[in-house]
Design a protein around this ligand. Structure first.
Ligand code: NAP
Length: 278
């Protein structure tokens, strides 16, 4: 292989990517990178307010190959409608990235809220958003891939999936479920439909975003909480991740450069998972 053959593997021109949670902090960064590598990007989210800012970051010709599509990952009908819109616009779906997900303060233990008092509705909402919110898009968009006998799915799990973190029992269990489901779906797609459908996940370490800011920084001062400081101390690279740290591994898992990789969970964590603390 030479440099131009290697570079060609990262040319996504003509490939259509559906990205859920696309207007979130990590999703938005991934959307911009994929547009920059030539992909048609369908940015699916229930919150399309930040869309204009993301399109602006993509540059002047963004409107020709990137589009915002309303979709609720917990509502099959809205996903089917989104799929129809995306196929009408771009003709097919090659890649699905499930980036919608997150935690809730109400499903998190604290000095004021013990595990015994976590409201079932909040626990269920976190299970649903992460787990069902990954399964349903895989049903809708994975079916299109099964029909074409090719495609790539990328899920997002978490450090909490390998070993649960304190305070976030629902989120940790849901992310562990996503890791398990990633392996299950990789085997199912390869055996039942096509070995050319790959399913993998990334497990980001700690990135400051909307869904975890309440745990990692003090609302009034913006200083790190004790938990935020403990995370940085337990990350051998000594910092939080920044969204662009995800891009190399994400583009690799989506590209033909990883054509024999399926059913894996790739940590992007500055060494957090490798560090025993001693
Ligand atoms: N940040 C980290 O350190 C970290 C670490 C490991 C894993 N992750 C995972 O990475 C993924 C992206 O997280 P992020 O940090 O970028 O969070 P984020 O900024 O909160 O982005 C999540 C996006 O998903 C959207 N969303 C929520 N519920 C939805 C639904 N029912 N249907 C469609 N869209 C929905 C959110 O919209 P709203 O704003 O309306 O809620 C938001 O735009 C999540 O799965 C998260 O668990 C993050």
């Amino acid at each position: 292989m030479n440099l131009s053959e290697l570079s060609a593997q990262y040319d996504f021109t003509g490939r259509t990517v559906v990205l859920t949670g696309a207007t979130g902090v990590l999703g938005g960064e991934i959307a911009c990178a994929l547009a920059g590598c030539g992909a048609n990007v369908a940015m699916l989210d229930r919150n399309l307010d930040p869309l204009a800012g993301i399109l602006e970051l993509m540059g002047p010709d963004a409107a020709s190959h990137a589009v915002g599509v309303y979709g609720d990952v917990l509502d099959l009908e809205s996903l089917r409608k989104a799929a129809d819109e995306i196929v009408a616009r771009f003709g097919k779906v090659d890649i699905l990235i499930n980036a919608a997900g997150g935690n809730k303060p109400e499903a998190t233990t604290s000095a004021d809220r013990s595990f015994f008092d976590l409201p079932p509705d909040a626990v269920r909402a976190v299970f649903d958003l992460n787990m069902l919110g990954t399964v349903l898009p895989c049903q809708v968009f994975g079916k299109l891939m099964a029909e074409r006998k090719q495609g790539v799915i990328l899920n997002i799990t978490s450090m909490a999936a390998f070993r649960p973190l304190t305070r976030i029992p629902a989120y940790a269990a849901a992310k562990a479920g996503i890791s398990n489901f990633t392996q299950w779906l990789a085997v199912h797609m390869a055996q039942e439909y096509s070995p050319n459908i790959r399913v993998n996940a990334i497990a980001p370490g700690f990135f400051l975003t909307r869904q975890n800011r309440f745990l990692l920084t003090e609302e009034k001062t913006g200083d790190l909480t004790a938990r935020g400081r403990a995370i940085v101390a337990h990350t051998p690279m000594g910092r939080f991740g920044s969204p662009e740290d995800l891009l190399g591994p994400v583009l690799w898992l989506l590209s033909p450069a990883s054509s024999f990789v399926t059913g894996t969970v790739v940590p992007i964590d500055g060494g957090f998972a490798a560090f025993s603390g001693v």
